[in-house]
Write a protein that binds this ligand. Structure first.
Ligand code: IVH
Length: 691
C-alpha cells in the first residue's frame, strides 16, 4: 500500500483506528457469527492496509491489533500464573440415563430445603464441550492474558497461542464491559477440521492425531505460536472467573452468557433454561438425539442452578460447586481387542484394512468393525491381531482404531507378528484374485481387476456408459444399481445381452424406456478407439491419454501388447501411466472382457497410428476455441486439432498460439485481441490443419 506513505502521522493514526474497528467487526462476523458481510479478499485488503501502516509507524502495532494474531516469537517454556479465582472442576453424574438428572435435582432441592410442593428450580443447561479449559482475562475490554486450568490454582500462560484463534476477540465490544472480566470456557476442535487435518497428515505420510480433544490441548500448549496458528481451533465461553465492578451484572447464569455473547464472545446456541428435573431430562434427551450431528465432540451436558443468588447459597463442597453437575453420555472411545484384520475393496478398487473387533459399546452403538485406513497407518501404530486397542466412534465418522495399548500385548502368539497387507493377501484381490499394486508415492494398495472385480462393477459400468466414453444414454446410477443388485449383469459385456424383456421387468421401467435403452446400447457399439479405451477405466487413463494412445498405436491389439518402454514413447505418458496400462492388460480377466465386448459387436475404425508418418501440423501448438463455428461442433474441432498434434486450452493466455473464434465469441476473443494473438475462423482452422 504505497499510497499510505503520503499520510501524515495523525492521519495514519486515525486510519489505523478505523481499520481496527472494521477488522474487529468483520472478524466477529466471520469467526463468531459465521456470517461474513464482505468477501475474504476485501478483508485481506483492509488487513494489508493496516499492516502497511504499522510497518511505517510501529507504535500503531498495539497488542489488540488484528495483525497480532499470526503467532509471535518462540517461547522457551510456558510461564506458570496463579488464578485469582480458582478454576474448579465439577462433579460428574455417571448414570447416563435420565435418572442422573433427577438425582441432581433432588440433591439441590434437599440442600435448599425445598418442600415437595415448592415450585421447580430453574437450571441453565449447556453442552459439556470436550476440549481444554481456558481463562481469558480482559482488562478495560482488551485481552491481556490467557491461562490454562493447570491444577486449578495456577495454570500456564498461553496468551501468544490464544491470540492466534480467530474466534477469540482481542477486544470486547458493546456497552457496559466491566474493567476486569475473566471469561472461562473451552478451546476445542471441530470434527471436520480434525478429519481434514488427519487426512492431510495421512497423505503426507505423517503421524495422525488421536482425537480432537488431545489435538486442541496440544495445540494450545505449544511453545511455538506459529504451530498453534496452523491448527483450526474454536472456543465457547461458559462461565466467569474474576470480575471487578460489573455495574450491570446479570442475576442469572443464562443472563451472564447472554451478556458474554453481546460482548462478542462465542457462546453456544445449544443451551436452554430448564425447569426442574423434567426440564433437565428433556434437555439431556434432546442433546443425546443430536449428539452425532453436532459439528464437535461433547462428552455430556452440564446443569447449573440458574439463579446466581441460589448458587451463592449452595456454595462449594470438596472444592466443587454444589450448584453444578456434568451429566455424561456414553464414551466415544473404548478399549477392545482385535480378533482379525480383513481387507475391503472399495468401488474404485482401493483396498482398506478393517479391524474385526470384540464387540464394544462406543459412542452409543455396538461396534465390531473399525477402519485401519492403510498399511502405513497399521505399520505406524503397529496394530497386530490379538492386540488391545482404543477404538473411537464420534459423529458420523466411521469407527477407527486410534492406538494400540502396547503394554497389554500378549508376550507370544499371533500378536507377535507385524501385520502386512500384501503378505496376508498374497498379492491378490480378496474379491476377484487379480493382482494388487501400490504405486509409488501412494498409501493405498489397489486391485487391478477393474472390469472384472465384483466390488468395482457398478463404478466400472457407469464409467463405461458415460457420455464421453461409450455414450449409452439412459444408463445412469439408479439403473446400474438395480441391474447389478438383481444380478442381471455382472460384467461389462453382459450389458449387451440386455433385452427389452429383461429391462422392462425392472421397477419403474416402461416398455418404451426399455426400448430406448436397448437402442442406445445398439448405437453405442459403433464407437472410436479413444472412447473405448477411456471407457475401460484404466487407472490414470483419462480422455486425453486415451486419444494419445490411439493416435500413437492406431490399433487396440498393439496397445494391449505394448511393453512399458513402448508405452513410454507416447506423448505425455510417464512411468506411472505406462505401468498402469501395462498392468491392466496383463490381467487375463481384463483381456477377456475386451474380447467379449468385441464379440458382442463393439467396433471402431482402426488406423495406422502415428508410427505411420501422418503429418501433424499442429504439433506443440495450443489453441483456444470460442463462440459457435459454422459447421464444426466444439468436440469435432477439438478432435481434429488433437489429431493434428495440437492441444486445446480453456482460457487465453500469452502461451496461446491461435484463437479460433465463431459467432458470439465473447471475452476470450477480446482477450486474444488485447494480447495481439492470431485469431482464425473455421476456414482458417481448416487451412491450418492442412499443414
Ligand atoms: S462449568 C465451576 N460448563 O468440564 C464450574 N464446564 O469439570 C466450572 N466443561 O474442565 C465448569 N463444558 O472445562 C462448565 N458448559 C460447561 C463446560 C465445562 C465443558 C469442562 C471444563 C472443565 C470440566 C468441568
Amino acid at each position: 500500500m504505497a499510497s499510505n506513505s503520503s499520510l501524515s502521522r495523525d492521519a495514519a493514526l486515525a486510519r489505523a483506528a478505523e481499520l481496527h474497528t472494521q477488522l474487529h467487526h468483520h472478524a466477529y462476523r466471520y469467526y463468531v457469527l459465521d456470517a461474513p458481510e464482505i468477501p475474504d479478499a476485501e478483508y485481506d485488503k483492509l488487513f494489508q492496509e493496516l499492516q502497511a501502516l504499522e510497518a511505517e509507524y510501529p507504535e500503531l502495532q498495539t497488542p489488540d491489533s488484528p495483525t497480532q494474531r499470526v503467532g509471535g516469537a518462540l517461547l522457551d517454556e510456558l510461564q506458570s500464573v496463579p488464578h485469582r479465582v480458582p478454576m474448579l472442576s465439577i462433579q460428574t453424574e455417571t448414570d447416563t440415563t435420565a435418572e442422573g438428572a433427577r438425582a441432581f435435582d433432588a440433591r439441590i432441592r434437599k440442600r435448599l430445603g425445598l418442600a415437595a410442593e415448592a415450585p421447580p428450580v430453574d437450571y441453565a443447561a449447556e453442552l459439556k464441550f470436550d476440549g481444554l479449559a481456558i481463562s481469558l482475562r480482559y482488562e478495560n475490554g482488551l485481552l491481556v492474558r490467557a491461562v490454562t486450568r493447570g491444577n486449578g490454582e495456577q495454570g500456564e500462560d498461553v496468551t501468544a497461542n490464544i491470540r492466534t484463534i480467530g474466534q477469540i476477540p482481542l477486544r470486547l465490544q458493546g456497552q457496559g464491559v466491566p474493567p476486569v472480566l475473566e471469561v472461562r470456557g473451552e478451546i476445542y476442535m471441530r470434527r471436520d477440521a480434525f478429519e481434514r487435518l488427519n487426512a492431510r497428515q495421512r497423505e503426507a505420510g505423517e503421524r495422525t492425531f488421536i482425537n480432537p480433544r488431545n489435538t486442541a490441548a496440544g495445540a494450545v500448549r505449544q511453545l511455538d505460536p506459529k504451530i498453534t496458528a496452523q491448527r483450526p481451533l474454536s472456543f465457547y465461553a461458559y462461565g466467569l472467573g474474576e470480575v471487578v465492578d460489573w455495574t450491570q451484572a446479570p442475576e442469572t447464569h443464562s443472563g451472564t452468557l447472554d451478556a458474554l455473547a453481546a460482548f462478542g464472545l462465542p457462546v453456544s446456541a445449544e443451551r436452554a433454561v430448564a425447569s426442574g428435573a423434567e426440564g433437565l431430562v428433556a434437555f439431556h434427551q434432546q442433546v443425546a438425539a443430536k449428539r452425532d450431528a453436532l459439528p464437535f465432540d461433547i462428552d455430556g451436558v452440564v446443569y447449573k442452578v440458574n439463579s446466581l443468588a441460589l448458587q451463592r447459597e449452595l456454595g462449594f463442597r470438596n472444592r466443587e460447586p454444589v450448584w453444578a453437575v456434568a451429566h455424561k453420555y456414553p464414551a466415544q472411545e473404548q478399549m477392545t481387542t482385535v480378533r482379525d484384520i480383513d481387507v475391503q475393496v472399495g468401488r474404485t478398487g482401493k483396498l482398506t484394512p478393517v479391524a474385526k473387533l470384540a464387540p464394544v459399546f462406543v459412542g452409543g452403538v455396538t461396534v465390531t468393525n473399525a477402519t485401519l485406513h492403510n498399511q502405513d497407518e497399521i505399520s505406524r501404530k503397529d496394530v497386530r491381531i490379538g492386540d488391545t486397542v482404543i477404538v473411537r466412534r464420534a459423529g458420523d465418522v466411521i469407527p477407527e482404531v486410534v492406538s494400540v495399548l502396547l503394554e497389554m500385548r500378549p508376550p507370544q502368539g499371533t500378536a507377535s507378528e507385524p501385520w502386512d497387507l500384501y503378505k496376508r493377501l498374497e498379492g491378490k484381490c480378496p474379491v476377484c484374485a487379480s493382482d494388487i499394486v501400490r504405486e509409488e508415492g501412494e498409501v493405498d494398495y489397489r486391485c487391478t481387476g477393474g472390469l472384472f472385480c465384483g466390488a468395482q462393477r457398478k463404478q466400472a459400468i457407469l464409467h463405461f456408459a458415460q457420455r464421453r466414453a461409450m455414450d449409452i444414454e439412459g444408463l445412469g446410477d439408479k439403473l446400474v444399481e438395480q441391474l447389478v443388485d438383481q444380478g442381471l449383469i455382472r460384467t461389462l459385456p453382459e450389458l449387451y445381452t440386455l433385452g427389452v424383456a429383461k429391462l422392462s421387468a425392472l421397477e419403474r421401467m416402461a416398455q418404451k424406456s426399455a426400448q430406448n435403452i436397448v437402442d442406445a446400447l445398439e448405437q453405442s457399439k459403433r464407437t472410436t478407439l479413444p472412447r473405448f479405451l477411456f471407457g475401460l477405466g484404466i487407472r490414470h487413463v483419462g480422455e486425453a491419454t486415451a486419444k494419445d494412445l490411439a493416435r500413437h498405436f492406431g490399433q487396440l491389439d498393439r496397445i494391449m501388447d505394448a511393453s512399458v518402454e513402448q508405452l513410454l514413447e507416447v506423448n505425455d505418458v510417464g512411468p506411472v501411466v505406462a505401468q498402469s496400462i501395462h498392468t491392466f492388460f496383463e490381467q487375463p480377466h481384463n483381456r477377456e472382457v475386451v474380447e467379449q465386448l468385441r464379440a458382442a459387436g463393439v467396433s471402431w475404425e482402426e488406423g495406422e497410428g502415428s508410427a505411420s508418418s501422418a503429418p501433424r501440423p499442429l504439433m506443440g501448438k495450443t489453441l483456444v476455441l470460442t463462440g459457435t463455428l459454422p459447421t464444426l461442433s466444439r468436440d469435432e474441432a477439438k478432435d481434429m486439432i488433437e489429431a493434428a498434434g495440437g492441444k486445446v486450452a480453456g482460457s487465453v493466455s500469452k502461451k496461446t498460439d491461435y484463437v479460433v473464434a465463431g459467432a458470439e465469441a465473447g471475452s476470450k476473443l477480446a482477450k486474444a485481441q488485447e494480447l495481439g494473438l492470431t485469431v482464425l475462423d473455421e476456414d482458417g482452422l481448416r487451412q491450418l490443419l492442412q499443414g
